[in-house]
Design a protein around this ligand. Structure first.
Ligand code: FES
Length: 209
């Protein structure tokens, strides 16, 4: 995987300072866990008490989201693949919303929660996810949250966050640029990052799958 950390000059590819922030720590720590083995990432989130529950865990995982602050992202493993969960900033949301849908290479939301819908920011955000009965989630928070399978739709590399021409995600393998809604904007990837089915099962937790 390409090194996405700050350069020796002390600047990241987007000009940020080299000193790790809390956001950086979460990304680095999670990336390390993924590199060592997905089970370490899954461990806090999956109840593996017996074989029957193991089987269930393969189909769905529960992961907390409420402690993610604006600008932070975590990566969890689901069905053997990484999934990004990001709390976007106001600027990221605004940038995604001002894009003309007609200009997008892929105009499908690629969102299993709203299949066949246009690739608007609303259809890509957690506004499109189900909320369990009795659960109340602030609409602004649902607008800010985005959950996406973390595999580039070209050949499956894991893109880097807060990078690329659109300050969304950048896949260094062959140069695909995704915007802050995870939509492909430039490069060989044919489709937007895919969004898995997920539900807000409580005020603090989502279930993926
Ligand atoms: S795998 Fe991402 S651009 Fe090729």
């Amino acid at each position: 995987m390409t090194d996405v950390n700050p350069s020796p000059e002390g600047q990241g590819p987007d000009g940020h300072e080299a000193e790790p922030t809390r956001r950086d720590f979460i990304y680095i720590a999670t990336g390390g866990a993924v590199a060592v083995g997905g089970a370490f990432v899954l461990w806090p989130f999956i109840d593996q008490m017996n074989p029957a529950r193991d089987t269930l865990a393969l189909a769905s995982i529960r992961t907390p989201f409420s402690e993610l602050e604006a600008g932070e992202q975590v990566t969890v493993m689901w069905r053997g693949g990484p999934v990004f969960l990001r709390h976007r900033t106001e600027a990221e949301i605004a940038a995604a919303r001002e894009v003309e849908l007609a200009s997008l290479p892929d105009r499908d939301s690629r969102n299993e929660n709203r299949e066949g819908s246009p690739a608007s920011d609303e259809n890509r955000s957690a506004l499109a996810a189900e909320v369990a009965e009795g659960v109340e989630i602030d609409e602004g928070l649902r607008t800010a949250l985005i959950v996406m399978k973390a595999n580039c739709t070209h050949l499956g590399c894991v893109p880097v966050g807060e990078a690329g021409d659109y300050n969304g995600w950048f896949c260094p393998c062959h140069g695909s640029h995704y915007d802050t809604a995870g939509r492909i904007r430039r490069g060989p990837a044919p489709e937007n990052l895919h969004i898995p089915p997920y539900t807000f099962v409580s005020e603090t937790t989502i279930q993926i799958g």
